[in-house]
Design a protein around this ligand. Structure first.
Ligand SMILES: Nc1nc2c(ncn2[C@@H]2O[C@H](COP(=O)(O)OP(=O)(O)OP(=O)(O)O)[C@@H](O)[C@H]2O)c(=O)[nH]1
Ligand SMILES: [Mg+2]
Length: 332
């Protein structure tokens, strides 16, 4: 299952207690203080991983608790520090402190790591507490508490181009034509229920040898009010650099339909609606000869089934990508 939002509890380990102890020697009732320090509690880290694509596993476990540090012992033995917990998250995960809303991590790269809950320091044993004025401290410190936080994890997949269209516009068909991605395709609306990413080989390549295209569920009028599948999944094209607005040739009013789509984008965020974009009429193979007049000025036409016009669309997408660098936007 594709899960793109979850709250987890992270509790770092407490520090181990310091030890209160004295050297024991033959014929000497009480030697020098020799209580060791406690060990540090385990930290909790999140780390970006290319291997995972959803928050499902992270959400399933939900509670993460690191061990406490071992207590110090006599004979100046220090307690062992506890193991840290490292939680892998998919690239594109934004981590918020759920209590304050502060962003703790915006995970864009493989291996990018951030401590999200700090383990408590171990308490000092009485050996470490000796001072000139108190050579025999009769006390030791307890370990410090580990941090405890509720973390909100939101996945916003990383893609360069977002496909935007009504259900059935042919978004998934286009993605499967231009990449190895195989999203489900069918002639009923809302076939796509979660984002699919496809890697497209670049033709001109000024920004790299490939780029990523995201296919998301279809948008309908008023989906910002919760109609259809809502607009929550628009977060997955929030960080793209360009959008392809797709309207099928069967549309009575292509410009009106495109405006409905733009309006929904606007409701999500102005920033999203303002991205560089191109307008594409899909399924042109279904138009009769003269109907080509129907393609509005400045739009491109293509058929993902016959392949007609697909190259021109790809060239246009690359042109838009060179105008704005990939992953330009930060988390919101
Ligand atoms: N004739 C023709 N049919 C197409 C073309 N592109 C897509 N279709 C058909 O249109 C229907 C919908 O295509 P999808 O790719 O699933 O559309 P979608 O935009 O991903 O739809 P949702 O996932 O429901 O939002 C399918 O039956 C496709 O076979 C095309 O270029 N020509
Ligand atoms: Mg689809």
């Amino acid at each position: 299952m594709f899960i793109d939002e979850t709250i987890i509890e992270a509790k770092a380990g407490n520090g181990g207690n310091g030890c209160h102890s004295y050297e024991r020697l033959k014929y000497k009732p009480k030697g020098k203080p020799d209580g060791g320090n406690g060990g540090r509690g385990g930290h909790i880290y999140l780390v970006g991983s290319k291997q995972i694509h959803t928050l499902q596993d992270v959400a399933y476990r939900r509670h993460y608790k690191a061990e406490r540090g071992a207590h110090g012992k006599g004979k100046n033995q220090y307690g062992k520090s506890a193991e840290d917990i490292v939680i892998p998250v998919p690239l594109g995960t934004v981590v918020y402190d759920d209590a304050t809303g502060e962003i703790l991590l915006d995970c864009l790269n493989e291996g990018q790591q951030e401590m999200v809950a700090k383990g408590g320091r171990g308490g000092r044993g009485n050996a470490a507490l000796v001072t000139r004025y108190n050579p025999n401290p009769e006390f030791c410190e307890p370990g410090k508490e580990g941090e405890e936080k509720a973390l909100k994890l939101v996945l916003k997949v990383l893609a360069d181009v977002g496909l935007v269209g009504r259900p059935n516009a042919g978004k998934s068909t286009f993605l499967s034509r231009i990449s190895h991605a195989r999203p489900k395709i069918a002639d009923y609306p809302f076939t796509t229920k979660e984002p699919h990413l496809g890697i497209v080989k670049s033709q001109s390549g000024p920004f790299g040898s490939s780029y990523v295209v995201a296919d998301i569920p279809g948008l309908i009028e008023d989906c910002h009010k919760g109609k259809g599948m809502g607009i929550r999944f628009l977060r997955h094209i929030e960080r793209t650099s360009a959008l392809a607005i797709m309207v099928e040739a069967a549309s009575e009013d292509p410009i009106g339909d495109a405006n409905v789509l733009l309006n929904e984008l606007e409701h999500y965020s102005e920033h999203l609606a303002a991205k560089p974009k191109c307008f594409i009429m899909t399924k042109t193979d279904l138009m009769g000869g003269d109907d080509s007049i129907k393609i509005p000025d400045g739009w491109l036409g293509m058929s993902a089934v016959t392949g007609d016009g697909v190259d021109v669309v790809l060239r246009e997408l690359e042109k838009l990508l060179t105008q704005s660098p990939p992953f330009a936007e930060t988390a919101r």
